[in-house]
Design a protein around this ligand. Structure first.
Ligand SMILES: O=C(O)CCC(=O)C(=O)O
Ligand SMILES: [Fe+2]
Length: 360
């Protein structure tokens, strides 16, 4: 097996943490064709969004209407933040919330490095995680940039949720807002800024190509929807299900687009018609490469008391729910007690999912 020796650490924290190695998957060029792209301004957008969510659970959204200047400003401010000394970054925690203990029902808000959640997951990254409703002690310009950016991305998320509903056949001015309304004003919206410093490594190549290290371990996102934008540094991968085989596929970075993920909650709300897709970030040492990956992800979740069950308007006669009833609060509590890669919907499932895209 190939070996990677880390010779530079992104932070002085936790030198003992051992970050797992990963094998690189198939070449990005071959993978590009497998990632659906939806032009959100096109008349067929609702149908295309639904098709992508049924098949892959993931798509690249173009013509999304979020001004590129907002992302550029945020990116510059976030990079400046991550370049601060560790002690300054670590003092950036939310003012109102104490750190959660192991197995807690909520993520630790504020700055983090290497450790993801409280159950032993680690990755080659540092990050900021903020609840849109919380008070954080961030440098003023970063706070403003995040505010402006998330305001635009929230709006985009609402539009995409409407397109999803429409693509599922829920039409009518009011009716198609069913998913959008679950997220808007729920106070369960999070934004996460991830910074993956370039590793300085010695690497070997094995027969299948290179290996890298875990930036962010494999998982599905628990909320309804996630919208990700990154800079030009590669690393994001999704697990593509093809017939009986699942394989990791590189998603070529595209700072002009948003990448939309179906979350676990949306899978349940659609009774398995839409799929939450497993994804991860691999940090691969490119020879001589010094580029950091910076990504910003908006997560849209419902209110804690929201009942999560298949939407009645979608259910065909005689169709049974694949899941037992639960609330978002219950799911969140269960999800944050697990490891990243666990099948978190498993304990809520009462019937196996049919093969992807088999349902109309
Ligand atoms: O940072 C990335 O590119 C993706 C990270 C991710 O999947 C997450 O934060 O849920
Ligand atoms: Fe994720």
């Amino acid at each position: 097996m190939a070996a990677i020796t880390m010779t530079a650490l992104p932070s002085s924290v936790d030198h003992q943490v051992v970050i797992p190695l990963l094998k690189c998957p198939i070449a990005a060029a071959a993978a590009a064709a497998m990632i659906p792209t939806v032009d959100l301004s096109s008349p067929g957008a609702a149908r295309a969004v639904a098709e992508a969510c049924r098949g892959v659970g993931f798509f690249r959204a173009t013509n999304h209407g979020v001004p590129s200047s907002l992302a550029a400003t945020l990116e510059a401010d976030a990079m400046a933040f991550f370049a601060l000394p560790d002690k300054d970054k670590q003092s950036t925690t939310t003012t109102t919330t104490p750190a959660p203990g192991p197995g807690s029902a909520r993520p630790s808000l504020g700055y983090g490095s290497r450790r993801i959640g409280s159950n032993g997951d680690v990755g080659w990254l540092e990050y900021l995680i903020l609840s849109l409703g919380s008070n954080s002690v961030l440098p003023a310009s970063l706070r403003l940039a995040l505010h402006e950016y998330t305001r635009a991305v929230r709006e985009l998320s609402g539009r995409v949720l409407e397109l999803m509903a429409e693509g599922l056949g829920i039409v009518g001015e009011t009716e198609r807002g069913v998913l959008r309304r679950m997220v808007a004003g729920s106070e369960e919206e999070l934004v996460r800024v991830n910074h993956y410093p370039p590793p300085t490594t010695e690497r070997d190549e094995d027969d299948d190509g290179c290996v890298g290290i875990t930036g962010f371990g494999e998982h599905t996102d628990p909320q309804l929807i996630s919208l990700l934008r990154s800079n030009r540094t590669a690393g994001y991968q999704i697990l593509l299900q093809e017939a009986d085989e699942a394989r990791w596929v590189n998603v070529a970075p595209d700072p002009d687009s948003f990448f939309v993920n179906v979350g676990d909650t949306l899978q349940v709300l659609t009774n398995g018609r839409f799929r939450s897709v497993k994804h991860r970030v691999l940090v691969a040492p490119e020879r001589g490469g010094k580029a950091s990956r910076l990504s910003v992800i908006y997560f849209g979740g419902p209110a804690p008391a929201q009942r999560i069950a298949p939407l009645p308007e979608l259910m065909r006669e005689g169709e049974r729910s694949l899941y037992r009833d639960f609330t978002w609060g219950e799911y969140k509590a269960a999800a944050y007690k697990t490891r990243l890669g666990d099948h978190r919907l498993g304990p809520f499932q009462v019937q196996l999912l049919p093969p992807a895209a088999a349902k109309a």
